[in-house]
Write a protein that binds this ligand. Structure first.
Ligand code: PEP
Length: 257
């Protein structure tokens, strides 16, 4: 069985003081060894402080993006070396908000994924269709294009080196989540694409998260699907009680299996 992974994407939220308060709360709530990987992705400005607080806990540190180069004249960017320096272990790459507002393309996603792997950072690669694309019947072709272009030439040694997040754009921040059936249909397809790229053994072990309006009241039915191995959580990860409850419900669901 794949170990579930729940990641909180804090986006452009939380001052350092607020981030410290939230992560201290999480740390208090999760002191036991759990069968779940928990990742928090604060804004860059809070990575250092959050990283120090979770050092002796089971919560892992993630970043929301990175440049593919190690250093250089790239004003405003952050490099993989800088992230490693702060104890970052995961990095979200290709989030739809980066694609929509900041010119991220499949090509830049591919460069970032390769660079992340080279620096032993685990990329959380986001893919997913817009509402227009879904309504046109293009969901599978869009997801295929995202996966194949993002991962072209990528070599991974073991399944845990990579996480994929299926995030239908129409479900992000809208309060309308994909149904478990809709998410499973696409995530099963993503697993087939991963098999073509990496072979069955590796692809079977790669964790595929679902993201898009995940809340405590819908996580259980989602996580029960065969190819949903966790969640990338935006809005609900900003609130201590909601994020805690999501993790607890995943824990309960996997104990039942
Ligand atoms: C996200 O931004 O990755 C996300 C899934 O957001 P939300 O949970 O708020 O829909």
């Amino acid at each position: 069985m794949r170990k579930p992974i729940i990641a909180g994407n804090w986006k452009m939220h939380k001052t350092v003081r607020e981030a410290i308060e939230l992560v201290n709360g999480l740390k208090r709530n999760f002191f036991d060894e759990m069968e779940i990987d928990i990742v928090v992705c604060p804004p860059y400005t809070a990575l250092s402080e959050v990283g120090e607080i979770i050092q002796d806990s089971q919560i892992r540190l993630g970043a929301q993006d990175m440049h593919w180069e190690e250093r250089g004249a790239f004003t405003g960017e952050i490099s993989p070396l800088m992230l490693k320096d702060l104890g970052v272990e995961y990095v979200i790459i290709g989030h739809s908000e980066r694609r929509q507002f900041f010119g991220e393309t499949n090509e830049t996603v591919n460069k970032k994924v390769k660079s992340a792997l080279k620096h032993k950072l685990i990329p959380i690669v986001c893919v997913g269709e817009t509402l227009v694309e879904r309504e046109r019947g293009d969901t599978f072709s869009v997801v295929r294009e995202h996966i194949e272009n993002a991962l072209v030439g990528v070599v991974i040694e073991k399944p845990r080196d990579l996480v994929v997040a299926y995030e239908p754009v129409w479900a992000i921040g809208t309060g309308v989540n994909a149904t478990p059936e809709q998410a499973e249909e696409v995530q099963g397809y993503i697993r087939e694409l991963l098999m073509n790229l990496f072979g069955e053994e590796i692809a079977e072990g790669i964790r595929i998260q679902y993201g898009g309006s995940v809340r405590p009241d819908n996580i259980e039915e989602l996580i029960n699907e065969k190819n949903i191995d966790g969640a990338l959580v935006g809005g609900a990860s900003l609130d201590l009680n909601s994020f805690t409850e999501i993790i607890r419900r995943v824990e309960t669901a996997i104990r039942k299996h």
